[in-house]
Design a protein around this ligand. Structure first.
Ligand code: NAD
Ligand code: MG
Length: 360
């Protein structure tokens, strides 16, 4: 097992445990539970797989579970209230602990519920998708969707610890695994060229769910995310580089309707667009762009933009991004393979050239 630390000053620093058979080691969890009451929040897909394992290590605690329906469409204030119902019905106090057992949806909801309940109770993340293990469980962003916008209601709230057990990925479907790899590849592209090389050599092992390879990829991803978050917890600078490919990606997710592309799939295509635009600025060469496209392909991710979207539609959707200032579209680009830029104000003609020119 590996133990990393997210360094956010004394009060809010916390460990990330990464390895295999971690769910069979309840002492990892128990050392972060400070009192007797424990609520596990999970969903109906994950509960039959892993809830029993987690509860088996906590038989001497007062445990309750809230099992939510499975899906992004339930990441709402309404379903958040189900978590508060569970806490209140069991008369849980301020020293209770909430465990989020699931993917990013459950992690974001559980974290936000923990931040709000009696103004904040202890919170533990047990991420069960690759995306959650390498991205959403680290960094303290929590929240729910509003009908008028994704992730619009939320808080920064850090967990006591994160337990990332690569074994749970055995039950994850192939498409979700690849979607998580898009964010893993992102860390290589934005700040860790050596890791990118390792990924290029080890994608077959990762896709075959080799445990040692997965644990290494999770560890290296979390190191990168923890360093960025440690430097810029509230996203006033370098944290924005984690959005490589995301402005294009969000346009694809919205333009094609949520659900057609998984987030990681849209980010893969979006990063290819960002690479193409970086080439037009003279920062990357043709071989760099081809290398980036190839690594996503090797991870079984799409690299061809959706045929139904026009460049006007992209520009329209990209102009509502949170990074924009004064109505100008800003994107993260690559100054080199392994080095992200800070947000760049894009020239509309150049953006159009990429949107019309990059075809996968
Ligand atoms: P998800 O939570 O919807 O999980 C994907 C699917 O896999 C679900 O059907 C889930 O039930 C299933 N699943 C989860 N673990 C499983 C397992 N071990 N075996 C079998 N099935 C399993 O999706 P996700 O990709 O994990 O997370 C996406 C969410 O994360 C979005 O809501 C996004 O906004 C959020 N997110 C948050 C942050 C952050 O910093 N807080 C970062 C990135 C994404
Ligand atoms: Mg993302």
């Amino acid at each position: 097992m590996k133990e990393l630390r997210v360094d956010l000053g004394q009060q809010r620093s916390y460990p990330i445990y990464i390895g295999s058979t971690l769910l069979e080691q309840p002492e990892l969890l128990r050392r972060h539970i400070l009192a007797k009451q424990v609520l596990v929040v999970t969903n109906e897909t994950i509960a039959p797989l892993y809830l029993g394992k987690v509860l088996a290590g906590l038989t001497d605690y007062q445990t309750e579970a809230v099992i939510l329906p499975d899906g992004e469409q339930y990441k709402t204030l309404h379903y958040l209230e189900k978590i508060f119902d569970g806490l209140l019905a069991s008369k849980f106090s301020r020293n209770a602990t909430l465990i989020a057992l699931g993917g990013g949806v459950i992690g974001d909801m559980g974290g936000f519920a923990a931040a709000c309940y009696q103004r904040g109770i202890a919170f533990i993340q047990i991420p069960t998708t690759l995306l959650a293990q390498v991205d959403s469980s680290v960094g303290g962003k929590t929240g729910v969707n509003h009908p008028l916008g994704k992730n619009m209601i939320g808080a920064f709230y850090q967990p006591q610890c994160v337990i990332a057990d690569a074994d749970v990925l055995d039950t994850l479907d192939d498409r979700q695994l690849s979607a998580g790899l898009a964010e893993v590849i992102k860390y290589g592209l934005i700040r860790d060229p050596e890791f990118l090389q390792w990924l290029e050599a080890n994608l077959p092992q990762l896709l075959a769910r080799d445990k040692a390879a997965l644990a290494y990829a999770i560890e290296r991803s979390c190191i990168n995310k923890a360093e960025v978050v440690g430097e810029d917890e509230f996203e006033s600078g370098v944290r924005a580089t984690l959005n490589l490919g995301h402005t294009f990606g969000h346009a694809i997710e919205t333009g094609c309707g949520y659900g057609q592309y998984l987030h990681g799939e849209a980010v893969a295509i979006g990063t290819c667009f960002a690479a193409d635009l970086s080439r037009r600025l003279g920062w990357l060469n043709d071989a760099d762009v081809a290398r980036i496209v190839a690594v996503f392909k090797a991870a079984k991710l799409p690299v061809t933009p959706p045929a139904e979207m026009t460049s006007e539609q992209y520009v329209d959707l990209m102009s509502v991004d949170k990074k924009n200032v004064d109505g100008k579209i800003r994107v993260i680009l690559l100054e080199a393979v392994g080095k992200a830029s800070l947000p760049v104000n894009v020239d509309l003609a150049q953006l159009q050239a990429t949107l019309n020119g990059y075809a996968g």
